[in-house]
Structure formats: C-alpha cells, structure tokens
Design a protein around this ligand. Structure first.
Ligand code: SAM
Length: 285
C-alpha cells in the first residue's frame, strides 16, 4: 500500500453560454488536476483551449460511466486529482456524473464541488416567480401521453415547477401545459447568458402564439418555469390585462357565456366570476 494521500474528485461547473462565467477557482482546478473526465472531450477541449490548457481528458458519459469508476478510483488512490465536467453548467444536473459520484462517495473518496453556472438557478433568479420552494423536474417525457400524465401528476403542487426543454419539443410542451395546467403563469428563459437571451412570460397559450408569430422564439435552449398551484391567477383581482382580453372578446362579438369560458380556460378561476365581470364590462362598469 502506498502512503500517498488519495486525490480528490472536483465536480466543476462550466459556462452555459458566456465563457466569462467560468470562475477563477474552476479555471485553477482545471489547470491543476491530473486528468479531466468530460461528457464530450471535443466540446470541453474547446473550453480548455480558450483557457490555454492542454490537460489530458477522458470521456465520461451515460454509456460508459459505470465502467469508468474503477479506473478513476485507482487514479484517486494513487494520489491524482481529477476534475469532472459536463458540456455545460453543473455536472449531474440533467447531466452525467451521478453514478461516479455515488460510487466514489461509497468508497470514502473526497468529492469537492466547484460551484458555478446552472441553467435552472440562473433562470429562477431572473424569472420573477416564487423561489422559496421550487420543484425541478429535469426533462419531461418525450412522448405526448407520458408528458401530459407527468404534468397532470404535478397539477396540485404548490411549488414553482422547473423543466429543461429542447427546441424540438418546446411547442409540444407548451401545448400540453396549455391543456393540463391551463391557468398558470409560465416563464420561458431562452439562451441564458448568450447573445439572444430572452425571457417571455404569459399563459402557455399566449407563449405558443408568440412562437407562431416569431419562430425565432422557438430556437435555442430553454428553461420552462410554471407557477405553482398556489399562484393561480385570482380572477377577483381587477387586472388591466384581463380586462383587455375580455373587452377584445366582446368587441369580436363573442357572447358573454362563451367569453367567460375562454377567460376561465386562459386565466383560471371560475366561469361564473368571469361571467359577472363580462356583464359589468358590457354594461359599461
Ligand atoms: N447541467 C446543465 C445545467 O447545470 O444547467 C444542464 C444540462 S441539460 C443536458 C441541458 C439543458 O439545460 C438544455 O436542454 C436546456 O433546457 C438547459 N440549458 C442549458 N443551457 C441553457 C441556456 N444557456 N439557456 C437556457 N437553458 C439552458
């Protein structure tokens, strides 16, 4: 047995777009470790080149993670330090690394987080939805039926709901949100820290309409945040936005009963409350 103290595994967060978001500590750790385990060595190679580093790398992704554990552990036992990075953001957060970290922790190795960018935290920090309690759900299921089932199962949760989504499915997900959690306020954080960073908020149906008008809004990477059940729109509160919608419906000749259904569907609350408000607007109050 060697007397060399075991090395540490550093779990290093890397930028989600803007390279300036890499912390000085992360850069120092990447420069000092013996090897960097990366989700995609070509992708992380670009970051290393940007930092002027040429550290040895090896791939660690969902298909080889379990088979890498023993070899990486042997290097730690031999006294080498290792960094774990993913393509973007914090490893293990909808990214590889859990199998390795669990196995090494079970073997008593030292695991050190080097915190930094994480899309869900960045998105929540600027969305204006409650952050005291939130429920991160990663990616929703790819198939429509399972996706709607998952959303229905979350309908009663009071925490802000947070999902990751790709440009291929963002419209389908918004459509499913519109049909399952119809009344909620939704905030979309797109292309965080990048040139086209955008925050959009409104009901899921409104956001879908925005994407139809401007297909660029459906491009890039998304964090989808949905107000929890406790945040449902209060139809008793007189809001300019709601009144504008109701007035527009009446002006288009939509009947009071039908307009009340539309308002309840889009904004939440009971049809009869909207019916009363529509009558009042119609009567000029
Ligand atoms: N580990 C990463 C983190 O810490 O955020 C997440 C990795 S996950 C495979 C990739 C997903 O994160 C994307 O599909 C998107 O939902 C979200 N994401 C990553 N970067 C983003 C960005 N710049 N803007 C918005 N969402 C982003």
């Amino acid at each position: 047995m060697s007397d060399t103290p075991a090395g540490s595994l550093y779990v290093v967060a890397t930028p989600i777009g803007n390279l300036d978001d890499l912390s000085p500590r992360a850069a120092r750790v990447l420069a000092e470790v013996a090897v960097i385990a990366a989700e995609d060595t070509r992708h992380s190679g670009r970051l290393l080149r940007h930092l002027g580093l040429s550290q040895p790398m090896l791939s660690l992704h969902e298909h080889n993670e379990a088979s890498r554990v023993d070899a990486l552990d042997a290097r730690l036992v031999a006294g080498e330090d290792i960094a774990l990075v993913s393509d973007a953001g914090t490893p293990l957060i909808s990214d590889p690394g859990f199998v390795l970290v669990r196995a090494l922790r079970d073997r008593g190795r030292r695991i050190v987080p080097v915190p930094g960018p994480c899309a869900l935290v960045a998105a929540l920090s600027a969305a204006g939805l409650p952050t005291d309690r939130f429920l991160f759900q990663g990616f929703l299921p790819a198939k429509g039926g399972s996706r709607r089932g998952r959303l229905e199962a979350l309908a009663a949760r009071e925490e802000t709901l947070v999902f990751y989504e790709s440009p291929h499915r963002i419209r389908d997900t918004l459509a499913d949100l519109a049909s399952t959690l119809e009344a909620r306020r939704v905030v979309l954080a797109r292309e965080l820290t990048k040139t086209f960073e955008t925050f959009l908020d409104g009901s899921a149906a409104e956001l879908l309409a925005r994407m139809e008008e401007d297909p660029d809004q459906a491009r890039g990477e998304f964090v989808v945040m949905v107000a929890g059940a406790a945040e449902r729109h209060d139809p008793d509160a007189s809001t300019v936005e709601a009144d504008a919608l109701l007035t527009a419906l009446l002006a288009e000749g939509v009947g009071v009963k039908q307009a009340a259904s539309v308002a309840a569907r889009l904004l939440g609350g009971a049809k009869k409350v909207w019916y009363g408000r529509l009558q009042a607007l119609k009567d000029g109050h």
